[in-house]
Design a protein around this ligand. Structure first.
Ligand code: FAD
Length: 370
């Protein structure tokens, strides 16, 4: 007889929200996690009171009232607003592209002057009718100055390829904001959980049995028999032993540095480095996410990296080849009766945290459990 109603494989946001709902409905749940800690990629490692975003900077933002309400019942959020800075050859620019950026680029002071300048820059590339690669696409959309200073090097580092070899679909449009507004997101709600993301995960998993350092795929038979149903949030190709081949990802490498004698290293949580010659894409100064006042600081340099076994799969490469491969795995997944598949790794998709929560709630609701 099954000991549990649900075995949840993976304690990331998807697994934790699902477990929370199942537990609230009186189901017997066990969460297993192959890492040494819970939380998946939103986990923070606390270093001397500073919450270090160990798997990349995470800023919660949403336009969904229900999702915002849902997370606020669990934790309170601070008023952090993402307003990244771009550094190109020592000169600083505001992001996203807005009147501050245009002033910094060209000295233009009004929206009309900015639009005239953008149009002048674009007109140089009006002869490009059907862009063949990302470089042509970006030049057509924004002209040379923005492309060369703020897009080219950053994007090439991100993808590890020259912009002339990258597909156009990576940049479909480039939004220009004709106000002096540095808020990166358009969503009405944003912030960081007060006390960090671990508080959110702990609140979700409160009362639920969790086993860390436990890899489902290494003990598949044993775990499959202890629960009536399984929610699997790991890599879908791993679940099926890569039988059709490996899904491709882009990875990241993080260099975390504690600086004992500096209270404020860069004055902002996120500074992008846009030159190709600098190997990292961003420096994150974690204390600024939570308005930290410590006399020391922790920074992280983020390096884009190729992906191979043993490295973390961060960004799925959703080109035609990989999407087709994913479809074959998805067909197998649909035939499973005991196992449900959810989360970014099982769905081979990039999803922001709010969409991850919405998807987990929807999966739970659709099961129609009482
Ligand atoms: P994960 O967090 O990856 O959780 C899956 C868990 O399953 C992991 O803990 C893994 O160890 C475990 N697991 C896998 N296989 C097994 C197995 N065989 N046995 C046991 N356990 C297993 N979203 C935002 O809204 N704002 C942001 O600013 C933002 N920044 C991001 C930055 C980066 C670099 C990345 C990659 C993503 C970012 N996101 C952001 C998205 C956010 O990280 C995801 O929405 C969220 O973490 C997805 O949760 P998940 O549970 O699907 O996946």
């Amino acid at each position: 007889k099954a000991l549990y109603d649900y075995l949840i494989v993976g304690s990331g946001l998807f697994g934790s929200v699902f477990a929370h709902e199942a537990y609230k409905a009186g189901k017997r749940c066990l969460v297993i996690e192959k890492r040494a800690h819970i939380g998946g990629n939103i986990y923070c490692e606390e270093i001397n009171g500073i919450n270090v975003h160990k798997y990349g900077a995470h800023i919660f933002h949403t336009d969904n009232d229900k999702t915002w309400e849902y997370v606020n019942q669990l934790v309170k959020f601070n008023r952090y607003t993402n307003s990244p800075i771009a550094n190109y050859k020592g000169k600083l620019y505001n992001l996203p592209f807005n009147m501050n950026t245009f002033y910094q680029l060209w000295g233009v002071r009004t929206p009309q002057e900015a639009m005239d300048k953008i149009n002048e820059q674009r007109n140089e590339f009006a002869h490009i009718i059907k862009p063949k690669n990302l470089e042509e696409q970006a030049l057509k959309l924004c002209g040379k100055d923005i492309y060369e200073r703020l897009i080219k090097g950053y994007t090439e580092k991100q993808w590890g390829r020259a912009a002339t070899e990258l597909p156009t679909f990576i940049i479909n449009r480039i939004p220009f904001r004709l106000t002096f507004d540095n808020n990166y997101f358009n969503d009405p709600y944003q912030g960081i959980p007060i006390g960090g993301y671990n508080k959110l995960i702990s609140a979700l998993l409160e009362g639920i049995e969790v086993k860390t350092n436990t890899d489902f795929l290494k003990h598949r038979t044993e775990f499959s028999s202890i629960a009536k149903k399984i929610l699997y949030t790991g890599c879908i190709d791993e679940y099926f032993d890569h039988r059709f081949g490996n899904l491709e990802y882009r990875s990241l490498r993080f260099e975390h540095i504690c600086i004992d004698d500096t209270a404020n290293y860069q004055g902002n949580a996120v500074v992008n480095y846009c030159e190709r010659e600098i190997p990292y894409t961003r420096i994150i100064e974690h204390k600024h996410f939570e308005f930290g006042t410590q006399p020391f600081t922790v920074i992280t340099r983020e390096y884009p990296d190729s992906f191979e076994t043993g490295k973390e799969p961060y960004y799925p490469i959703n080109d035609n080849k990989n999407n087709l491969l994913f479809k074959s795995y998805q067909e197998l997944a649909n035939q499973q009766t005991q196992t449900l598949f959810g989360g970014r790794l099982a769905q081979y998709t990039y999803a922001d945290m709010d969409d991850t929560i919405t998807a987990a709630l929807e999966l739970w609701r659709n099961l129609g459990e009482k």
